[in-house]
Design a binder for this molecule. Structure first.
Ligand code: SAM
Length: 284
């Protein structure tokens, strides 16, 4: 706090995903101090600015004008102005405009700083109840049939927890595709309307979720957190008697008595201890 913005820098600023109480004091200060704000939808951002009493020039920056507006923003940064980049909700550049602008600034050698805020993906993962140690962010599935199929097939055997974004009107199709390709018993946490009045987490299976939403109209914003595939059971190693005797011999060389070595080798390989012991003695 009490920061001074660096001239010519881009500040990537997280905004609430629902609850305005999650707007951080530093995010507010950054928007107040920046020379201008690049916003995904200027009307949405204007509502946020009005709520916090911030007055600031806005430029729009989104998918369909980024090639035109990106270079203009970079040119202003080069002149020493500071820009705060925001999206409609959450972290810019995460399934939102910003990725290209950040890359352009980095390529131009301009400083890029983050003012972190909520992001739906990690908020959902944190309360999913699924393993969080290793996870992948899959974002939105493509609307293109072929790339959607390729994406789903590529992750069907993924063992890490997977995080997907989905729009309510596509939820049914996505859940039924998940259940078909990942199996109906795979656990899922459907995280809905996070930080809002109707926040809800439903921890269930893909089969149950698909069946429920065939009957019920999905409403609100969803993050789908899907458990990874089970690791295939380690194939049991098959030993020959010769290998079992070799194992006993190396255990013996490591300090075990012949009898102890034969016993351990028998446990590991499935051959009888007496059989290994006899062969061990024959060779001595
Ligand atoms: N940049 C944003 C972030 O950091 O989370 C994501 C923007 S993406 C265009 C919008 C998607 O994020 C929605 O379709 C939904 O999957 C998810 N999302 C955003 N806000 C949410 C919320 N409050 N609850 C659940 N999901 C949310």
């Amino acid at each position: 706090m009490g920061q001074t913005l660096e001239p010519g820098a881009l500040y990537v600023v997280g905004t609430p995903i629902g609850n305005l109480g999650d707007f951080s004091p530093r995010a507010r200060e950054t928007l107040e101090q920046a020379d201008f704000i690049a916003a995904e939808d200027t009307r949405v951002t204007l509502r946020l600015l009005n709520h916090f009493g911030i007055k600031k020039p806005l430029v729009s920056y989104f998918e369909h004008n980024k090639l035109e507006h990106g270079p203009l923003i970079v040119a202003r940064l080069r002149e020493g102005q500071t820009c705060a980049l925001v999206s409609d909700a959450g972290m810019p550049a995460i399934s939102d405009p910003g990725e290209t602008l950040v890359a352009a600034c980095a390529a131009a050698g301009l400083p890029v700083y983050v003012v972190p805020g909520p992001t739906a993906a990690l908020s959902a993962l944190a309360i999913s109840g699924l393993p969080t140690g290793r996870f992948t962010f899959e974002g939105f599935l493509s609307v293109n049939k072929r790339s959607r199929k390729e994406h789903l097939e590529a992750v069907a055997q993924e063992q890490r927890t997977m995080i997907f974004y989905e729009a309510p009107h596509k939820l049914r199709k996505t859940l039924s595709d998940f259940a078909r390709l990942f199996g109906p018993d795979r656990p899922i946490a459907l995280c809905r309307e996070l930080t809002k009045v109707h926040e809800e987490v439903w921890r269930t299976t893909l089969g149950e979720a698909a069946a429920h939403y065939r009957e019920t109209e999905p409403r609100g914003e969803f993050v789908l957190v899907v458990a990874g595939a089970q690791a295939p059971a380690a194939a049991e190693r098959e030993y020959t008697l010769e290998e079992a005797v070799e194992l006993a011999r190396s255990l013996g060389a490591g300090g075990l008595s012949a009898s102890e070595a034969a016993k351990e080798a028998a446990q590991e390989t499935g051959f009888k201890k007496g059989e290994i012991y006899r062969r061990l003695m024959e060779r001595e």
